[in-house]
Design a protein around this ligand. Structure first.
Ligand code: PLP
Length: 469
């Protein structure tokens, strides 16, 4: 009877899914879906926007409306949507093998990608551990750092230093080293204790120092903690150059280099979380390269597959890897792994994305785009509700205030940042806000004209929502 039922059901192909009416889809979305980082009451009032297709830097909705993907499908898309080369790489891999485990087996795409990654990441990073999300890449980094010291007999080195306003994902380890109260505070009782240093950006602001002169001050905060606590510290984790989800908060130039030097001096590992900044986002392949820093552990995600499939990588030095090397009964093994670790389709997409970096000259084209974004931001800066614009490479935030001069924020319940992002849609752009900071973070393949369109849309939306000049 059960088998009979299965045979009579129409196959659930993509065409079949698209045959449903928007009303039906909306009903099922509202009845059954729970969207991430979303107050579902608010969601149910506005109704879902169904994206059915991607084409270049555009997303296309169920009614055929086109939107510039101004948030790169959550900071992941690099070369645009539906790139033939990436699609083909995935299809070719799919014909061979969709998935097989890396636990006890290997497959070619995972080995080739590991070699390619090691060729392009900062010097000294040599061993690639795959998983599927930025959060798991961070969990793995934390566990590796912890066990690195345990395996060598330094049982007391078990604490982590991290930064206020830091964001490393939503699993509990990643939340423990996070520093955004709005997202993280409620889970306090579930988390391990960390030492949280001030956000370098806010520290400089608080001290009235221009960012360009703030590296020394922020480094001395770190030095003081290390001097006192280094015997108990396993690692310091940070997002290099810019704290993303914390509100697009740039770091003082030189801070990353100073932090690495201090970590080396005090025998503490440096974990660079480049889940957001990696793969060209800040203007170089990796943000660490801007300051000539090789972290001990590097976390990559989001753009690793060009934004096509879930994959992440935690890459560490040979020295760290060697601390896990031994006979089985020594119990130094890293007992960690996920079902889809190093999925072949995702690895194939990642390899194709890396090829596109070369063939498209992605990095070579960035300076003019970064400059155009800077110009656009300075135009937005002149709007009266805009208190501040912040940018590192192709990552930018536009912060709006009820009173920008006094830096008085809008009341939380007004949801002004969210409203601006909703208004932007009417102008054919998809953006997301972090509080009242409007994030602009398009695919790296964005054109100068499309960048202009994003800026104009933000300008119009701010006028509509906040008024002002
Ligand atoms: N680390 C950083 C710096 C991030 O920005 C993010 C996501 O925004 C993460 C980790 C978590 O990545 P994921 O959402 O893939 O778990």
């Amino acid at each position: 009877m059960y088998l009979h039922r299965i045979r009579t059901v129409e196959p659930m192909t993509i065409e079949r899914v698209l045959k449903y009416s928007e009303q039906e889809l909306s009903k099922w979305d509202l009845e059954h879906l729970w969207h991430p980082f979303t107050q579902m009451k608010e969601w149910s009032a506005q109704g879902p926007l169904f994206i059915v297709r991607g084409e270049g830097n555009y997303l296309i909705d169920i009614d055929g409306r086109r939107y510039i993907d101004g948030v790169a499908s959550l900071w992941a898309n690099i070369h645009g949507h539906a790139r033939e080369e990436i699609n083909q790489a995935i299809e070719e891999q799919l014909k061979q093998l969709a998935h097989s485990t890396l636990l006890g087996l290997s497959h070619p795409a995972s080995a080739v990608l590991a070699k390619r990654l090691v060729e392009i990441v900062p010097m000294g990073l040599k061993r690639v551990f795959y998983s599927e999300s930025g959060s798991t890449a961070v969990e793995i980094a934390l566990k590796i750092a912890f066990q690195y010291w345990q395996n060598q007999g330094y049982k007391e080195k078990r604490r982590f230093i991290c930064l206020k306003e830091g964001y490393h994902g939503d699993t509990l380890g990643a939340v423990s080293v996070g520093g955004i109260d709005l997202f993280h505070e409620i889970y306090g009782p579930l988390l391990f204790e960390t030492i949280k240093l001030p956000s370098p950006y806010l520290r400089c602001k608080g001290a009235g120092l221009p960012l360009a002169e703030g590296a020394g001050l922020c480094a001395s905060d770190l030095e003081q903690v290390l001097e006192k606590e280094h015997q108990h510290i396993a690692a310091f984790i940070l997002e290099p150059l810019i704290q993303g989800a914390g509100g697009m908060l740039p770091m003082p130039p030189g801070y990353l280099r100073a932090a690495k030097k201090l970590c080396d001096e005090f025998d503490v590992l440096l974990i660079a979380d480049e889940v957001a900044t990696g793969f060209g986002r800040t203007g170089r392949m990796f943000a660490c390269q801007a300051e000539g820093v090789s972290p001990d552990i590097l976390c990559l995600g989001k753009g690793i597959t060009g934004g096509y499939l879930p994959l992440s990588a935690t890459i560490c030095t040979e020295d760290i890897f060697q601390a896990f090397w031994g006979d089985y009964e020594e119990l130094k093994t890293f007992f960690h792994g996920h079902t889809y670790t190093g999925n072949p389709l995702a690895c194939a997409a990642a390899l194709s994305s890396l090829e596109l970096f070369q063939n498209d000259g992605t990095l070579e084209q960035l300076p003019s785009k970064i400059e155009a974004l800077e110009k656009g931001l300075s135009k937005l800066q002149r709007l009266s509700p805009v208190g501040e614009v912040r940018q590192v490479g192709m990552m930018a935030g536009v912060e709006i205030f009820e009173d920008a001069q006094q830096r008085r924020p809008y009341p939380l319940e007004m949801r002004v940042g969210h409203k601006v992002c909703m208004a932007v849609r009417k102008h054919g752009v998809i953006l997301r806000n972090l509080g009242d900071t409007i994030v602009i973070l398009p695919p790296l393949s964005i054109t100068l004209h499309e960048l202009d369109q994003i800026i104009n849309a933000v300008e119009a939306a701010i006028h509509e929502v906040c008024g002002g000049k």
